[in-house]
Write a protein that binds this ligand. Structure first.
Ligand code: CUA
Length: 397
C-alpha cells in the first residue's frame, strides 16, 4: 500500500510547525530584544555563537546529505564497495577545528560572564523625607509562592540583615509584582526567597537568577528607555508557578523621583462611611497577612502578622496588577476593574489555584457581599493611580 504522503514531508512539516510556533511579534518575554546594556551584552555574545553553530549545522548536515546520496546503494552493481578505515588528516581536522571554535567561544563567554557578574553602580540622588540622599541603587527581591516582593532601602543594604527572609528589616518602600526603576542606571538586585526556589527573569533586561531561600544572590538590571518589561518566575515552584509574573516599570529619573515621593508616605485615613467600614474589615481580616503602613505596620499597634507573608497594600492603587501580576487592577479606560477585584476578594483560590489552607496564597475570606463592597471602597483609598500610559502598557492578558 502506498502511503498518502512521503515520510520526509511529514518530518519537514512537523519541524516547520515546531520552529514557527517559537515565532511571535511583540512577545513580552522575547529574549532576543534586549532593552538595556546588560541584556545587550548577552545578546551580542549569543548572536555570533548562534551564527557559528548555524554554519557548523549546515556544513555537517550538508556533508551528511552528500555522502548519503553519493554512496547510496542503487542496486546497479552487486560489487561490495571498497572498505576504508582511518584517515589521519580528516581526524586531525575534525579534532582541531572544533577545539579552536570552542576555545574562541570560551574566551568571549568568560569575558561576558565576568562582565555580567561585576557591578558598576553609581549613586542616585533621591529625596527622602525632604532631604536628598545618595542611594546606592539596590533593590531586594523576594520570591514567594506565588508573587514577587520588591523592597527599597535608601540608606543602602550595608547593615541590613537579609538572612531571614521571613523577618526582613522595615524598608522605605515595599511593593509587589511591579518593580519601578529609573532609566539609564545600573540597578543592583539582592534576590532571595521565603519558601522554595524561584527564578527571577526579566528577559529584556538580563538573564535569569534563582531566588533561593536562606541565600541572597546578587544580580543587576538596567533599562535604556522608559517602558514596561515583563518577567516570569522560571523555576517550577508549585501549583501556580505559571501565575507568578512580574513587571519592571522603567521611568525617567524625574518620574522615578516622583514615584518615590508618592510611595514614601503612610496610608491616608479614609473618608467616606463605606471606606471606613472597609478599613475595619481590613483590620479584622486582611491585616493578619497584609500590611498597610500607618495602619498595622511595625510602628502602629495591632500588627498581628502571619510571617509578613502577603503584599504590602499601602499604595495598592499605584500598581496596576495584583495576585502575582496576573490580574489587571484597572480597565483599559483607566477605571477600576471592579468585577475581577470582587471575585478575588470573594474566593481567591477559585481565581488563582493555591494551597490557601497551608498559607500559600490568599484564602477565601468568607466576606459578605456588603463587606466586599466596603473593602473595595477602602482599597481604592490606598495610593494613587499611575499615569494612564502606564496602565495601558502594563495591561496583562
Ligand atoms: Cu516561583 Cu516558579
Amino acid at each position: 500500500m502506498k502511503r498518502p504522503y512521503p515520510g520526509w514531508l511529514a518530518a519537514l512539516a512537523s519541524g516547520a510547525v515546531l520552529t514557527l510556533s517559537g515565532c511571535a511579534s511583540d512577545a513580552p518575554l522575547d529574549t532576543l530584544e534586549p532593552q538595556g546594556p546588560i541584556s545587550r551584552s548577552i545578546d551580542s555574545l549569543s548572536d555570533p555563537i548562534f551564527l557559528v553553530a548555524g554554519i557548523v549545522f549546515v556544513v555537517i548536515f550538508g556533508a551528511t546529505a552528500v555522502i548519503w546520496w553519493k554512496f547510496r546503494d542503487d542496486h546497479s552493481t552487486d560489487e561490495f564497495p571498497e572498505q576504508v578505515h582511518g584517515n589521519f588528516r580528516a581526524e586531525v581536522g575534525w579534532t582541531v577545528g572544533p577545539a579552536v571554535i570552542m576555545a574562541v567561544i570560551a574566551v568571549f563567554t568568560l569575558i561576558s560572564h565576568f562582565d555580567l557578574n561585576s557591578s558598576d553602580r553609581t549613586d542616585i540622588q533621591v529625596a527622602v523625607d525632604g532631604t536628598t540622599t545618595s542611594w546606592d541603587p539596590e533593590i531586594v527581591v523576594v520570591g514567594q509562592q506565588w508573587w514577587w516582593e520588591f523592597r527599597y532601602y535608601f540608606d543602602g543594604l550595608d547593615g541590613v540583615d537579609l538572612s531571614d527572609s521571613r523577618n526582613l528589616p522595615p524598608a522605605d518602600i515595599v511593593t509587589a509584582n511591579q518593580m519601578v526603576i529609573p532609566t539609564g542606571s545600573e540597578i543592583g538586585l539582592s534576590i532571595t526567597s521565603r519558601d522554595v526556589i524561584h527564578s527571577f527573569w526579566i528577559p529584556a533586561l538580563n538573564g535569569k537568577r534563582d531566588a533561593v531561600p536562606r541565600r541572597v544572590s546578587p544580580w543587576k538590571i538596567e533599562a535604556d528607555v522608559p517602558g514596561v518589561y515583563f518577567g516570569q518566575c522560571t523555576e517550577f515552584c508549585g501549583l501556580s508557578h505559571s501565575r507568578m509574573r512580574m513587571q519592571t516599570v522603567a521611568m525617567e529619573p524625574a518620574d522615578f523621583q516622583a514615584w518615590v515621593e508618592s510611595q514614601m508616605g503612610p496610608a491616608v485615613a479614609p473618608k467616606g462611611v463605606a471606606a471606613q467600614r472597609g478599613q475595619e474589615v481590613f483590620e479584622g481580616q486582611c491585616a493578619r497577612c497584609h500590611v498597610v503602613n500607618g495602619v498595622n505596620d511595625a510602628t502602629s499597634s495591632g500588627a498581628d502578622l502571619v510571617a509578613n507573608a502577603a503584599p504590602n497594600l499601602t499604595h495598592l492603587m499605584s500598581r496596576t496588577t495584583y495576585a502575582g501580576g496576573i490580574f489587571n487592577l484597572y480597565e483599559p479606560n483607566g477605571t477600576l476593574n471592579r468585577p475581577q477585584l470582587e471575585a478575588w476578594l470573594r474566593n481567591a483560590p477559585a481565581e488563582k489555584p493555591a494551597y490557601a489552607e497551608g498559607r500559600r496564597g490568599m484564602p477565601a475570606m468568607g466576606l459578605s457581599e456588603g463587606q466586599i463592597d466596603d473593602v473595595v471602597a477602602y482599597l481604592q483609598t490606598l495610593g494613587e493611580a499611575p499615569a494612564f500610559d502606564i496602565i495601558a502598557a502594563t495591561e496583562v492578558e
